[in-house]
Design a protein around this ligand. Structure first.
Ligand SMILES: Cc1ncc(COP(=O)(O)O)c(C=O)c1O
Length: 484
């Protein structure tokens, strides 16, 4: 039987809460909101009891899929387990009940936490200093590219209007550069997934503001020519931006700063184990080399050794200004700090080692059954395709839908764009061998089904609450309004 919508359960006068008597002076609504902007009639909210509200939201949560319900190998997204201790620390009243207008002397602990988080992340990145103001990866990219623009402008080098982006880049890279007013110069990747160094050499000139790169890149390949790439861009007067949205492969093994990068961002809501994917708050570290420190957003958190106190430094004339209200998503920073301190340097390195090991193990299980896009040792993720199943008519989307029937969240599909029918798999370090084995078994079974009974796969999913949706329509024309 179809569950009734919460609006359909509404009974006039039924209440989930009883408000206490007003014990402060009433405020005249007209003094707050102009009359013509006030509602003419009450909002049509469902009138239901408390247990109906609880059941409604619990039911919705059970229709969802998250890392806490199952394996979620979404490439490029690092859906690792987020330890629950992170939630506990971020809920401590000394952190969760701060007010951004409190005097500095009363928030010394929070400032110390931000200062030390920046120091730890700068150490991992190989950078000198940074900010935690940006609220997401793309926002961090924007901050970083504004810093690069401000640097060139400060030197009067205003003809640097081009940013080079490889064709394997995450879509946010060219979008960010364009938003900053740069012209995008795309360079092709080589068949083995690496940057085409000769194409880069031809692309750089005295109009190059910088290069945006991810290493390992979005096809899961670490580019061994990175130092040569950095030399080419620097010799032309450009800067190097590292998209460290995902740092899971190389923590403790390699530092982008040592590779030659000048600016970096880390999504704290990926590698540094804070929940994401449900539209909740993210956070981002943007780190820079010394010569770019003056351009960081203000304020930055500093420590005054003489007075033994932490403070917000607003006195930064070359700063690009604020990129977010107050100091960023502080609660997410607390979770990151907890993760960093719980694992320590050796633990973070082990996390990366295991992430790469898990990816290569899974790849080795799948290799006999699927076409491997870049057949080499991978980093934290890899790409397979159903090219070898072409005669069955099965496409990547069919496999992704069939995986839902097996109880798994599908991998990232049709990204990166340079691989036809891509399935990008990132198992992360927090999954057991047994989980990886059963996931591989599911994919191997699907390949078998494709050969023996393709309709089973093309008609999937069969065990979910809804079947195959028109995803474009669902995304572009969502019908979210209840009408009686
Ligand atoms: C490589 C890469 N860069 C940038 C981003 C953007 O991060 P956010 O979604 O937090 O804006 C992502 C997110 O998926 C990513 O994978």
């Amino acid at each position: 039987m179809q569950e009734k919508l919460i609006f359909e359960k509404s009974v006039p006068g039924r209440r989930a809460v009883v408000f206490p008597e007003l014990d402060v002076p009433a405020v005249d609504l007209d003094s707050l909101i102009p009359k013509e902007m006030q509602r003419k009639e009450p909002a049509k909210l469902p009138e239901v009891s408390e247990n109906e509200v609880v059941r409604h939201f619990t039911r919705l949560s059970q229709m969802n899929f998250g890392v806490d319900t199952g394996f979620y190998p979404l490439g490029s997204c690092t859906m690792k387990y987020n330890p629950k201790i992170n939630e506990e620390t971020s809920r401590l009243p000394g952190f969760s009940q701060l007010h951004p207008y409190q005097p500095e002397s009363t928030v010394q602990g929070a400032l110390q936490l931000m200062y030390e988080t920046v120091a730890d992340l700068s150490e991992i990145a190989g950078m000198n200093f940074g900010t935690l103001q940006a609220a997401a990866g793309a926002h961090g990219e924007l901050t970083g590219m504004m810093i690069i623009r401000a640097y060139h402008q400060s030197r009067g080098d205003v003809k640097r209007t081009k940013v080079i982006v490889p064709d394997s880049a995450h879509g946010t890279n060219p979008a960010t550069a364009a938003l900053c007013g740069f012209k995008i110069v795309e360079i092709k990747s080589m068949p083995n997934g690496e940057v085409d160094v000769e194409a880069l050499r031809k692309a750089v000139d005295d109009e190059t503001a910088g290069l945006m790169l991810t290493n390992p890149n979005t096809v899961g390949v670490f580019d061994p020519n990175i130092q040569e790439i950095a030399r080419i861009v620097h010799d032309a007067g450009g800067l190097l931006y590292y998209d460290g949205a995902n740092m899971n492969a190389i923590m403790g093994y390699a530092r982008p700063g040592d590779m030659g990068f000048d600016v970096i961002h880390f999504n704290l809501h990926k590698t540094f184990s804070t929940p994401h994917g449900g539209g909740g708050p993210g956070a981002c570290y943007v780190g820079v080399k010394d010569f770019l420190v003056p351009f960081l957003p203000k304020p930055v958190v500093q420590f005054d050794k003489d007075q033994n106190r932490y403070y917000f430094d607003y006195d930064r004339p070359q700063s690009i200004g604020r990129v977010k209200a107050f100091y960023g998503n502080f609660g997410v920073v607390v979770k990151t700090y907890t993760y960093l301190r719980a694992l320590g340097g050796a633990g973070l390195k082990q996390a990366s080692g295991n992430a790469v090991l898990n990816a290569n193990y899974l790849l080795s299980l799948l290799k006999p059954h699927y076409h491997v896009a870049f057949d080499r040792t991978c980093m934290h993720e890899f790409i397979i395709t159903p090219k070898n199943l072409k005669d069955t008519g099965i496409r990547t989307l069919d496999i992704a839908k069939r995986l839902l029937d097996y109880g798994y969240h599908p991998p990232t599909v049709y990204f990166p764009l340079i691989v036809d029918e891509a399935m990008m798999i990132e198992p992360t370090e927090t999954e057991t061998k047994e989980t990886l084995d059963s996931f591989a078994e599911a994919l191997i079974n699907i390949a078998k089904e494709a050969r023996e009974n393709p309709e089973l796969v093309t008609g999937a999913p069969r065990n979910t609450i809804v079947g195959r949706l028109d995803e474009v329509r669902a995304a572009r024309q969502p019908n979210l309004r209840y009408t009686e």
